[in-house]
Design a protein around this ligand. Structure first.
Ligand code: TGC
Ligand code: FAD
Length: 392
């Protein structure tokens, strides 16, 4: 029986910057993860299956749309609370955090921000309870980092539009009830459409054979002359800034989330280094192992301060997309480096499913790629500081 011995690490007393409510939320999600996720996640990752039975529990701990106002089923929490929830979930598994990120930032957020009152009332409460699960379709087979060149499109047909094209690498696609899909209208402008499962011509084939995010369901969204009622078009936004605004929210959550995976790897490696004996003493007594652990906690601590400050800016509506890019890029790299070093500290045991490290490490290969790759975020920072646009 798997024993979750995880203990949080707060080297700089960042907790003192949190409110009692933040800590209570963290405790609730942490307990949920210990009870419901860590005991089962390894089996799901090994068998490449998504644990659908946890969706209700995720909704109950407020993982779906925590910052959406209560009148639409959310909890009206602040951005730091959202970040904390993402961190605790990713401490369990990046795939579980992915499901919550997509539901909150990529499905509920656009409906809340750009949807009609009717759309908000129809979808948001059911998304908050997990009765409806959503997916977000931006990436296409030939357009990943450059979503502005997408070819998925729709044509006016009276009271509805006809949607054609396909989206690839879509988290939650295989089981989603609705998908927020970004497509070009006849004028070539990008708009968001809510596509519902059951609409004729809409299918969601699953992507198999992943070595990363194995406990998360990934798939395609295929549209073959799908008739979408005009009332399902998000009226509040046109252009690439629509989907990119959603990404600001999701990338912010990932910046917090990735630290959860890093903390889990660091915590596991620290304990192992204190217990595992070689050459007559704990391996943690060797300077080379201490270097790894000291650098891990240093980078994690810097990351904790970065996201806390970003959360304050976000609460005040002052966080810029470039600041969010910096935090996503930095913290995911910290987590990936931490997982690789932690795996080495565990020697051969590090490659087994008895410990979470290798699973985190493989998951983070997706996290460093999705929501904008490591290099794309560097170029966003480059543009912000130099004023020169490397994308054109
Ligand atoms: P560019 O010409 O710079 O901008 C087009 C319009 O968008 C505006 N804009 C933004 N608005 C809000 N937030 C942002 N972060 C924005 N960035 C740009 C911009 O002001 C402009 O507005 P307007 O009014 O002038 O039209 O766009 P570009 O075509 O040069 O592309 C820029 C680039 C490369 C930075 C961008 O396209 C990008 O971020 N590429 C990465 C793609 C990406 O992140 N895809 C993620 C897909 S979703 C996903 O991965 C989910 S994983 C889920 C999970 O499981 O957790
Ligand atoms: P490409 O864009 O082809 O990039 C390939 C390489 O080229 C990268 O290293 C990139 O950094 C580099 N590159 C590209 N352009 C430049 C440039 N201008 N300068 C320098 N280097 C460049 N998408 C969704 O819409 N919804 C989802 O729910 C979703 N979930 C995902 C889940 C998983 C598990 C994965 C792996 C991906 C998911 N994605 C999703 C897609 C993800 O956002 C894309 O994979 C990502 O944006 C990169 O696009 P790409 O894979 O097409 O790579």
């Amino acid at each position: 029986m798997y024993q979750d011995k995880y203990q949080y690490h707060d080297y700089y007393g960042v907790d003192e910057l949190l409110t009692e409510e933040h800590k209570l939320i963290r405790e609730t999600v942490r307990s949920f993860v210990k009870k419901e996720i860590t005991p089962i996640i390894e089996d799901h990752a090994q068998s490449a299956s998504f644990p659908k039975h946890i969706l209700k529990g995720l909704a109950e701990v407020g993982a779906f749309g925590p910052y959406i106002p209560a009148e639409y089923g959310g909890q009206g929490l602040d951005q730091i609370s959202y970040g904390i929830i993402m961190q605790e979930l990713e401490r369990g598994d990046s795939g579980i955090r992915s499901t919550a990120s997509v539901q909150s930032s990529l499905v509920m957020y656009p409906i809340f921000s750009f949807g009609s009152e009717e759309q908000k009332k129809k979808y948001l409460p059911q998304l908050a309870t997990g009765d409806f699960m959503g997916a977000f379709g931006l990436t296409e087979p030939n357009h990943g980092s450059d979503p502005g060149s997408m070819t998925t499109h729709f044509k006016d047909a009276g009271d509805h539009v006809v949607l054609n094209g396909s989206k690839m690498w879509i988290s939650n696609a295989p089981f989603c009830d609705i998908a927020v899909v970004w497509a070009k209208n006849e004028a070539g402008k990008i708009q968001g459409l809510i596509v519902e499962r059951g609409m004729e011509g809409f299918s969601t084939p699953e992507t198999h054979g992943k070595w990363s995010l194995r406990a998360s369901a990934t798939g395609e969204l295929v549209f073959d002359n799908v008739k979408v009622p005009k009332s399902n078009i998000l009226p509040g936004v046109e252009g690439l800034k629509g989907p990119l605004s959603c990404l600001n929210s999701a990338r912010y959550g990932i910046a917090w989330g990735a630290l959860g995976a890093a903390l889990d790897c660091y915590d596991t490696a620290l304990r192992y280094s204190q217990e595992r004996q070689q050459f007559g003493k704990p391996i943690g007594a060797f300077q080379l192992q201490q270097k790894k652990l000291a650098e891990m906690i240093t980078e994690i601590t810097k990351g904790q301060l970065l996201v806390w400050r970003l959360g304050v800016l976000k609460n005040e509506n002052r966080a810029t997309p470039a600041q969010i890019s910096m935090a996503k890029r930095n913290n995911v790299k910290v987590a990936l480096d931490t997982s690789r070093e932690a795996r080495q500290i565990l020697g051969g045991m590090g490659i087994t499913g008895e410990y979470s490290i290798m699973r985190h490490m493989m998951n983070l290969e997706s996290v460093v790629t999705y929501e904008g790759t490591h290099d794309i975020h560097l170029l966003i920072t480059g543009l912000d500081v130099t004023g020169f646009n490397a994308f054109v």
